[in-house]
Design a protein around this ligand. Structure first.
Ligand code: ATP
Length: 227
């Protein structure tokens, strides 16, 4: 599992994320929600060693990882898909996927089946794809990488709703194989139908942690002002 204990993070002297305790269990999708500027991206960046860890612990699969070492988490099987989708713009779609793939690993869901675009545009440079297409390529890269933890920032950004549904269905299948999935989003609607756990951040602090489902939906809707 991924475990955060009393995590504090930010940028230099500026503290953004405060005292975050969070567990993402094996086989579960956790939705990290909150309004614009709540600190969701900074939390992900702190976990992955890309923002400054100002206190607390990050443990992946029982091993504690020090701050400021993004390569360590990657080596231990965690992949972060940032808002710019982290694709290599000058490489083709196929090359991007080949580079991310791990020999002998077959993903639970075939990304080429999920996203026909990957076949149609296999020889196209990734930098020339639309935002939604880059998003699909980024998710496909995470899928073929055999990661134990997949974290996605702003999942629904640039994806049409029908694709969001397909991606979430694929994540459900991937999670069922034991992968931990952490999805950050401002728009919770579709995500709440699929996640196992929801965590809401407000001004850098966790204000809600609980299971996703009808029992908590009303409280979450109110917190997120979706209604
Ligand atoms: P969004 O949904 O808009 O991405 P968010 O919940 O992900 O919002 P963050 O992007 O983590 O929120 O921003 C949280 C706070 O951190 C904001 O007040 C923002 O101004 C501040 N912040 C973000 N990046 C930096 C930075 N590089 N240096 C200093 N402060 C930053």
């Amino acid at each position: 599992m991924l475990r955060l204990d009393a995590l504090h993070g930010g940028y230099g002297q500026a503290s953004v994320v405060r005292d975050v305790n969070l567990t993402v269990a094996e086989g579960e999708i956790t939705a990290l929600l909150g309004r614009n500027g709540a600190g969701k991206t900074t939390l992900l960046r702190t976990v992955f060693g890309l923002a400054d860890r100002q206190g607390g612990r990050v443990t992946l699969a029982g091993r504690e990882t020090p701050g400021g070492r993004p390569e360590l988490l990657a080596r231990r099987g965690a992949s972060l898909m940032p808002e710019d989708r982290g694709v290599f713009p000058t490489l083709t779609v196929e090359e991007n996927l080949r580079l991310a793939g791990v020999r002998g690993f077959t993903p639970a869901v075939d990304p080429y089946e999920l996203f026909p675009m990957l076949t149609d545009r296999s020889r196209q440079a990734a930098g020339t794809l639309s935002g939604g297409q880059k998003q699909q390529l980024g998710i496909a890269r995470a899928m073929v990488s055999g990661s134990a933890l997949i974290a996605v920032d702003e999942l629904t950004q640039g994806l049409q709703p029908s694709l969001v549904k397909d991606v979430l269905a694929a994540f459900t299948a991937i999670a069922a194989t034991g992968v931990r999935i952490l999805v950050v989003d401002q728009h919770a609607g579709l995500l709440l139908d699929r996640c196992h756990q929801a965590v809401v951040l407000e001004a850098g602090r966790v204000v809600f942690t609980g299971p996703c489902g009808p029992g908590t939906r009303h409280e979450l809707d109110q917190l997120l002002a979706l209604t």
